[in-house]
Write a protein that binds this ligand. Structure first.
Ligand SMILES: C[S@@+](CC[C@H](N)C(=O)[O-])C[C@H]1O[C@@H](n2cnc3c(N)ncnc32)[C@H](O)[C@@H]1O
Length: 389
C-alpha cells in the first residue's frame, strides 16, 4: 500500500491531482484508522494506464469512460486522427526550426507565410536584421533567409550590365503618356531602374522629373545619362523606398510606375501613393496580368510562386477602382516590350552559364526566361492610366 505522498512521487503527480483522480473515482483510496489515506498497487497501475491514454490525447474524463466500459472506438479513432495532425504539425515545426538553424531550405515557408500574413512576414524579417530593401528582395527573389546574400549577389551580377530591368518599350511609354489628358509639369517616377522610361518621359514632356529607386547603381547611370544629354536640370534622383516616400501631399501631377508597383502590392501602392498626387492628378502603372481565362498548368504553377497576386485585367480594374481611382485608359504592352526585356536577359544568362550554372538565382532566372518565352501569349504586362478621384 502507498501513502498519498508516496503514490504522488511514483507517478509524478501532485497530491491535489491524486485527490481529484479519487473524486472522479479513477482510484479508490482506503482511509486507515489513523486517518491516513492509502492506495493499492492496482491504483498505481491504473494511473500508469491513464497517463498512457492521456499521452494519446484522451481527457481525464474520456480515460474514465475507457476504463469503466468497453472502449469507444469512434472516440479513439477521432483522437488518432488528431494525433496524426499533431505529428504532422510537429514535423513542420521541425523542418522550419532546422531551416532557421541553417540546415534546410526556407523557400516554401517564406512563401506560405507571405500569403497568410504579408505585413507580419516583412516585419518579422526586419526583426531578424534585414533592412526594408532586403526584406522585400527576400520576399520576391531569394525567398530564403539563409542564402539571401549570395542569391542577391548572383542576381545583381546578371542585372548590372542589363539596361532594362523589366518589360517595356519606348513606344508603349510614349503611348501611355499620350493618354494622359493634361500635360504634366511634375512627374514622380517610382522604381525607375536605369531610367529607360525616364528618358521617354523627359523627351515627350516638359515636366520636371523626380525618379526614385532603391538601387543606387541604377540611379547613378540614369543621372549620368541625363547629364550627357544636357537634361540634368530636369531630373532629380532619389534612392528611397517606394513604401515610405518622402514627399508631401499633392506635390505631383503624374506618378509613373513601370513594373514596380507589384513590389509592395498593387492595391497598397495605389493607396499609399494617392495622397502625393495633386487633386487633378494621374497615375500610370503597368502590371503583369493574365491574357487568357484558361492558362496552362505550368503558367499557373509558376506564377503561384512568383506573383501570386496576378489578376485578369477586369479584376485588376475593379480593385483599382476600389482604391479611389478611375481607369481612364488601359492597353496591353506590345510584344516588343516583352522581348526587349527577355532577349537581353537570355543572352546574358547564356554568357554567364559556365560560371553560374550552380547558382540558385541563375537557375531561377533561366526558368523564368523559359516559362515567359514558352507561355508568352498567356500573360503579359498591361498599362493602366488612372485619374485620382
Ligand atoms: C522590375 S524593375 C522595373 C525597373 C524599370 N521601371 C524598368 O522597367 O526597367 C523594378 C524596379 O524597382 C526597384 N525597387 C525594388 N524595390 C523597391 C523599393 N522598395 N523602393 C524603390 N524601388 C524599388 C528595383 O530596383 C527596380 O529598379
Amino acid at each position: 500500500m502507498y501513502k498519498i505522498s508516496e503514490l504522488a512521487e511514483k507517478v509524478g503527480l501532485s497530491r491535489t491531482a491524486l485527490l481529484y483522480y479519487e473524486k472522479l473515482q479513477l482510484i479508490t483510496g482506503l482511509r486507515l484508522e489513523n486517518g491516513y489515506r492509502v492506495y493499492s498497487e492496482r491504483d498505481l497501475q491504473r494511473i500508469h494506464l491513464i497517463q498512457q491514454l492521456q499521452l494519446g490525447g484522451l481527457t481525464l474524463k474520456e480515460c474514465k469512460v475507457c476504463l469503466e466500459s468497453k472502449i469507444d472506438k469512434a472516440l479513439v479513432k477521432q483522437r488518432l486522427k488528431e494525433l496524426d495532425e499533431e505529428i504532422k504539425q510537429k514535423q513542420q515545426s521541425k523542418i522550419l526550426l532546422a531551416a532557421i538553424a541553417g540546415e534546410g531550405a526556407l523557400k516554401s515557408w517564406h512563401e506560405s507565410l507571405d500569403k497568410l500574413a504579408p505585413d507580419a512576414h516583412l516585419d518579422w524579417l526586419k526583426t531578424q536584421g534585414f533592412s526594408d530593401k532586403e526584406a522585400l528582395q527576400l520576399k520576391w527573389l531569394s525567398k530564403d533567409m539563409n542564402d539571401h546574400d549570395i542569391y542577391m549577389q548572383d542576381f545583381m551580377k546578371v542585372f548590372q550590365t542589363l539596361e532594362r530591368w523589366g518589360p517595356g518599350s519606348e513606344d508603349d511609354t510614349k503611348h501611355a503618356l499620350s493618354l494622359i489628358p493634361t500635360a504634366p509639369s511634375s512627374i514622380l517616377e517610382i522604381g525607375c531602374g536605369k531610367g529607360l522610361a525616364t528618358n521617354v518621359l523627359a523627351k515627350c514632356s516638359q515636366a520636371q522629373i523626380t525618379a526614385i529607386d532603391n538601387e543606387q547603381l541604377a540611379l547613378d547611370q540614369l543621372a549620368k545619362r541625363f547629364e550627357e544629354k544636357g537634361l540634368a536640370a530636369r531630373l532629380e534622383v532619389c534612392c528611397t523606398n517606394m513604401a515610405a516616400l518622402p514627399y508631401s501631399n499633392e506635390s505631383y501631377d503624374l506618378i509613373w510606375s513601370e513594373g514596380s508597383a507589384y513590389i509592395i502590392g498593387i492595391e497598397k501602392a495605389l493607396m499609399l501613393w494617392k495622397p502625393i498626387l495633386k487633386k487633378q492628378g494621374y497615375l500610370m502603372m503597368s502590371d503583369l496580368v493574365w491574357k487568357t481565362s484558361s492558362p496552362s498548368e505550368q503558367a499557373i504553377e509558376f506564377w503561384r510562386h512568383e506573383y501570386p497576386d496576378i489578376q485578369t485585367v477586369q479584376t485588376r480594374i475593379k480593385q483599382i477602382e476600389k482604391t479611389g481611382y478611375q481607369v481612364i485608359a488601359n492597353f496591353s504592352q506590345s510584344k516588343s516590350a516583352w522581348l526587349n526585356y527577355y532577349n537581353p536577359l537570355r543572352e546574358r544568362l547564356n554568357e554567364l552559364e559556365p560560371e553560374m550554372v550552380n547558382s540558385t538565382a541563375f537557375k531561377n532566372m533561366k526558368n523564368e526566361v523559359s516559362i515567359c518565352t514558352e507561355f508568352a501569349d498567356e500573360f503579359g504586362y498591361h498599362m493602366f492610366i488612372l485619374a485620382k478621384v
